[in-house]
Design a protein around this ligand. Structure first.
Ligand code: ADP
Ligand code: MG
Length: 353
């Protein structure tokens, strides 16, 4: 975590562990419900990992076990090599955590609150310098004298992130940090997370895939308490893909163009769109799984003197990929029969919490 000095002058607790988070066979039951059902994943030091899943998937439960706020039913969790149960103090000191509900004292000013957190965490750094830095990084310097209750949700969330950064922990865990923010605030908070990722290990939970798309190196997808994908970001798309679609803009007589496209090997479906751009029409072209039809398209069209003036992939939107993976895992049978009531039985109230 050498680079952390960029944010503050700290770095005395040098972490050398290869993995900042190691979750092994973690199970968490609420009564007879498996909120987290035997999951394992690791986060390397310096990685920025998206922890993604629909509401009720088990994200907060997992995070609360990692951060030591919740005990597990079974399994082990280590933070920088420290067992979160046996060496909880050592583990906790390394984590900056923004819970789903930020722990803000709304009757305090931002400054009072951050000083309070500073003391709570038992920090020993130069207080003024440290808090100045934290406020600069999170862009809240201009509201330090304001009462938290008078701040916008976007600012509050940044104060929440600031509170996580106090003490300069090398591991930052954020649970759905952009929920309830307006689009501008979402962009601001995301860019802050991106900046943090440059010198921290980050675990970012969200139910929105585009959230992790721009920020994370790796994505761990959880659904109904089970991990259904753990891949580099780019590979996730490949994992979910079955047939890729493109929008092609092609000049030429549309009936003949359509016929030609349909006749190409690897093309599954062609659909002409109604709008024109000069003498060009747009076509949605879907390929067979695992076939890259782009070169074929280019050469076949060129042979006919029908210029291809645009080709853009569609349907590789991360959001759609996510839904596809979740749907796929929903239709799979549970792995082990001995566990019957896995998580929900349809419209369970507790999913809404
Ligand atoms: P996520 O953060 O992914 O939305 P949670 O970890 O909050 O999911 O919840 C996972 C599952 O555990 C859900 O089905 C939820 O209803 C259930 N759950 C969470 N907390 C409790 C609790 N305190 N008591 C009972 N069930 C709970
Ligand atoms: Mg949650």
């Amino acid at each position: 975590m050498g680079k952390t000095e960029k944010i503050t002058d700290m770095g005395k607790d040098t972490v050398t562990a290869e993995y900042m988070i190691e979750v092994e066979n973690l199970v968490k039951c609420y009564g007879d419900k498996y909120a987290v059902d035997d999951i394992s994943f690791r986060v390397k030091r310096g990685e920025v990992v998206g922890f993604l899943g629909p509401n009720g998937a088990g994200k907060s439960t997992t995070i609360n076990v990692i951060t030591g706020f919740l005990s597990s039913t079974s399994g082990t969790v280590r933070v920088a090599g420290y067992d979160v149960l046996d060496e909880s103090e050592k583990a906790k000191r390394l984590i900056g955590y923004l819970p789903e509900q930020p722990p803000l004292y709304v009757d305090m000013t931002v400054d009072e609150y951050l000083n309070f957190v500073y003391e709570l965490k038992g920090c020993t750094y130069n207080r003024k310098k440290h808090l100045d830095e934290v406020c600069t990084v999170t862009k809240i310097a201009d509201v330090r004298g304001r009462l938290i209750k008078n701040l916008s949700k976007g600012y509050r969330q940044r104060v929440g992130i600031a509170q996580a950064l106090v003490g300069n922990p090398p591991l930052i865990i954020l649970d759905e940090p952009t929920v309830g923010l307006d689009p501008k605030q979402v962009i601001e908070v995301r860019s802050l997370i991106r900046a943090l990722g440059e010198n921290h290990t980050v675990l970012l939970s969200t139910h929105i895939l585009s959230e992790v798309g721009t920020v994370c190196d790796r994505i761990v997808i959880i659904n109904k308490g089970k991990i259904i994908a753990d891949e580099k970001k780019d590979d996730i798309i490949r994992v979910a893909e079955d047939g890729r679609s493109y929008i092609a803009k092609i000049c030429g007589p549309s009936r003949e163009v359509t016929a030609l496209l349909k006749s190409r090997q690897g093309v599954r479906r062609v659909e002409r769109q109604s709008e024109r751009d000069g003498d060009a029409y747009s076509y949605i072209i879907e390929s067979e799984p695992g076939v890259d039809i782009r070169k074929t398209l280019f050469f076949s069209l060129a042979q006919n003197n029908w210029p291809l003036i645009g080709l853009e992939p569609v349907g590789e939107n991360l959001e759609e990929v996510f839904i596809k993976l979740v749907d796929r895992s929903d239709t799979k049978k549970p792995g082990r029969e001995r566990r019957r009531p896995i998580i929900d039985d349809g419209g369970d109230k507790t999913d809404e919490k």
